[in-house]
Ligand binder design. Sequence first.
Ligand code: SF4
Length: 537
Amino acid sequence: MPYKEDDQLLDTGQLISQDVPPGVDRRDFLIRSAVGGAAAVMMGRVVSADARTAMAVATLPPQAKGSPPPLSNDLNVVKKGQGPVLTTVDEFYKVGPGPSSSHTIGPMRITYDFYQRAIKLPADQLAKATALRVNLFGSLSATGKGHGTERAALAGLVGKEPATVDPKFLDSLRDKPDQVFPVKLGDKSINVSLKDVIYDATKGDFKHPNTMTVKLLAGNTVLLEQEYYSVGGGFIEWKGYTPPKKNAPKYPFRTMKELRTHADSNKISIAKVMLANEMSIAGKSEADVYAFIDKIINAMVATVKSGLSMPEDDVLPGPIKLHSKAATVYKHAMDDKFQADRGIGALSAFALAASEENGRGHLVITAPTGGSAGVMPSLVYGLLEVRKLPLEKVRDGMLAAAAVGYLCKHHATLSAAEGGCQAEIGVASSMAAALTATAYDAPSLVVENAAESALEHHLGMTCDPVAGYVQVPCIERCAFGAVKAWTAYAIASNEIASRHRISFDETVLALAQTAKEMNSKYKETSEAGLALSVVLC
Ligand code: SF4
């Protein structure tokens, strides 16, 4: 029987309400919506999309236990995907103490920010101050102890900043937790200690899984209070946050497709599009942008060197008693008789070295986070120190890598508490693939394909750090992320680029969707996966 033009069965999209309401399970919703639509067609009735949505929602089972509350729509980190990408390299690549950008760098920036606000209060109010109090919620509370969040928060209160804090100061807080520090507030000085940082509720209706509050108290009276969110990669927001005003980018883009169109139609590389945008958004000169990138490249090289120089029997801090292995893997890799095996072994050792530095709480670079801090340095070190590529090529690679990270932040997340490990190691690997392809002068489509491939093969990866420490699986995972980045570049530069089937933008959408639907037990809460199955003796 021939189909009629208006036959609803011709267009299955008519049967399914495509807009999934917030806060419901997508799969359940789509199944119920489709069944409702199909039943209506069989009965010869036309049901509007709105009616099908209402029907589907009404028949949904209660949300599975463990599903996190949806992120608040007030957060900039949620609204962000709407305009062009405006992130800049100095916001993105941050130097700070490990082991976690969201649990150490973010909280330290938050308490430092609060201190700066507090000292602006009128003198008569400051004279009444008796205490500073920090409350950690959600994932910050669930895994903060393993990350040293309380030490990072205290360091910010006493005026330390992530990029310049001496890691020995943080080590001393771990070794002598009873230390008391005076904090100057106008003419007044009050004492603070680790007792002023409280591990509060792990579950609740928070705007973001990494929520904390900071208060200045006069006895039981609150003189100043602010609620903050550590939204991933060391980025922070607070209640009522509005992003700083920025200049328009020279080449506005929201997607990789638009970014590549700028590059291809102007016959320049993705890196040069990014350079022009950095200059226009931040009002910086080319020399300023490159000076900052050089600082980050040098810090990445230093972190690998420092990790490789540690003794082979070094034991990382924490209850796992994990032995470092970077120096051993490097030494044995260099003895390997096969050149390719030497390469993979060395790349793994560089990643292990930087990641073990993160586990020690030493200074690392967010690219995009602390947990993934071994991936990009491994490739940077390999390209500069082993392959001896010119610095300019690696600088360009850093800009292309930043574009990949910005797009993931813009449309998905860099936070393990929001998206699991795919948002950390997955994004880092994707960035490192773009870095490598760019450093080898690959065309823009190959850069995109390499970044896509590396991200695609991390989709769904959960975050379940053993005992809440960023060591297992994180350290080895950085090595795998680095090797996968190289594999992604190897495939992308050897395939016929135009035949690559999946676009980077499609994979970023998959990252965002997978992040939303991942059970909260696998989002940096150490409630499942390896964190549950590994027994520490
Ligand atoms: S498992 Fe991945 S996301 Fe989780 S802390 Fe480790 S590196 Fe970060």
